[in-house]
Design a binder for this molecule. Sequence first.
Ligand code: ATP
Length: 653
Amino acid sequence: MTTGIEQREFQTETRQILDLMIHSVYSNKDTFLRELVSNASDALDKLKLEAYRDKDLEADTSDLHIELDVDADTRTLTVRDNGIGMSRDEVIDLIGTLAKSGTAELRRKLREAKDAVASEELIGQFGIGFYSTFMVADKVTLLTRKAGEKHGTRWESSGDATYTIETVDDAPQGTSVTLHLKPEDVEDHLYDYASERKLREIVKRYSDFIAYPVRMQVERPAPETDDTSAEDQDAEPKTVVETETLNSMKALWARPRSEVTDDEYNEFYKHVSHSWDDPLEVIPMKAEGTFEYQALLFIPSHAPFDLFSREHRAGIHLYVKRVFIKDDCEELMPEYLRFVKGVVDAQDLSLNVSREILQQDRQIRAIRRRLTKKVLTTIKDMLSSEDEASRDKYRTVWSQFGRVLKEGLLSDFDNRDTLLEISSFPSTHSEDEQTTLAQYVERMKDGQEQIYYLTGESRQQLEASPHMEAFRARGLEVLLLTDPVDEMWVTSVPEFDGKPLQSIAKGEVDLDTDEEKKDAEAKREEQDKQFADVLGWLTSTLEDQVKQVRLSTRLTDSPACIVGDEFGMTPSLERMYRASGQEVPHFKRILELNPTHPLVEGLRAAHAERGDDPALAETAELLYGTALLAEGGELEDPAHFAKMLANRLARTI
Ligand SMILES: Nc1ncnc2c1ncn2[C@@H]1O[C@H](COP(=O)(O)OP(=O)(O)OP(=O)(O)O)[C@@H](O)[C@H]1O
């Protein structure tokens, strides 16, 4: 059966990416073959597993392999596998659509990228897979038949706006991708991909570890025979065609580190992670004893675009005794290490593990614990290294993955101490360099018992906050926590190195030394008496907004600020909960006044003189509103506030 050829359009985003590939920002065009071989290898893994699980599946798995086929006359290169294949719908979904999350983001960044190198880096982070064929081919034909299905699918495109698709009945099981090669152009790094030598070199470089043979028909001089008649001597030297396997097929994780080159690790990383750039760190592991396994983990150099999207998938592939079992194995790595890529090859698991078994298996849990610890100590070693290059690596890890790692402070109690040790935060100590908690503690002033922090939306907003005033005046360092996740973990981590973490926007602040306290106490008592009336009146006037109005010790310049209860929620945490659809009650906070500020002193005097003047209630509201604005908060009724303020200003002119 062959249905008519249907022409379809690529979706806009796919078209733009294709356009990019064709006008090729990426100089290393050889990598198209790595992508095709990698896809073929995945397809063979899938078929092997499927055939093992479904004994009725009609598929021959006796000689799983990948084949490169060159036709020098038509200048085509075909990469063929006898793997799982794709159904017609899968071809449309997987090949006709660039369904990756982050595509729009990638396009935006590409538009902003200043030069080819910057674009190349972006493409490198994103990975384009199948589409990279259009770097070297002006037409690509894909013929595929899914294992167990009768009909195949033929897909073809020249990389412009459209592709064609038809159902065919003579496709062998598996997938073949035929590239109609562009003419060679060495200046543009476009080599002769119909050349046997070139193909052998690329496979060796990028795909040596692939677990299935990558075969190619090669021509060799025929072995000499005795039959050397005069006629034969004038003829062309005889050649024979032989099948050669181009790759060694050695599992990289099973080889000792000393025997593997950096390049081999890098290429393997690109295969398992579908990345185009090199990893930041390679972590080989081997465990013997009760639970035997080998693992090869990688920390990437860049956070993927979809790290915070729901669609982001775990990056660990599970093998059992060299047999591929499953990719994206989330049971092997905690969610906060979802950026780590690699493979785990366990010795004693059943090949037939189901999801339920994986979740409950003692061995999987033990492996996960060991992998987690190993990744964290690797990061810790980078941080504490004497070597500047290693510390730079730590900075990269933290800048790319710090936000995710901090999620672990909430979920991984066992490793919380290590996580706290490897965390860095912006602080008032330096504009450019972040600080670890250990460095903070080392700089703590004599008599300082707590680690001070303030949470909010931006550094600028936090630095301008009135809560900072007394701390700045006394030269006390404050951590400036601006990631949304910071709001969450600070409430569940009580201390570091015996020093409690204390929000400077919560509870009472007592920064005085014993000496200062004596003076302050007397003064304070006096002020409390003086302000008692006005504070009582303000508390009832503003009862809808705050639960108390009191005098402050944390203000030097501003008239007022709003502080939370020791255990209350901050307004931004409240907002975060509401944004995620959760019902949370509104927590009233406390308004603190600076008794030395002229506005506060004036209000006290005015209230003593004419307590029933309605203008005073308006002043109270304005005072509360400005305190809210100063900390970067949102007014409940901005229009009403603006009107009150405008009326006041009008009277001062
Ligand atoms: N030879 C093949 N056999 C079976 N399915 C394939 C084959 N090649 C590609 N596919 C399917 O098409 C999908 C898309 O392939 P593509 O190379 O564009 O992206 P990818 O491999 O998923 O990721 P990346 O772009 O990061 O390499 C694959 O995930 C796979 O499901």
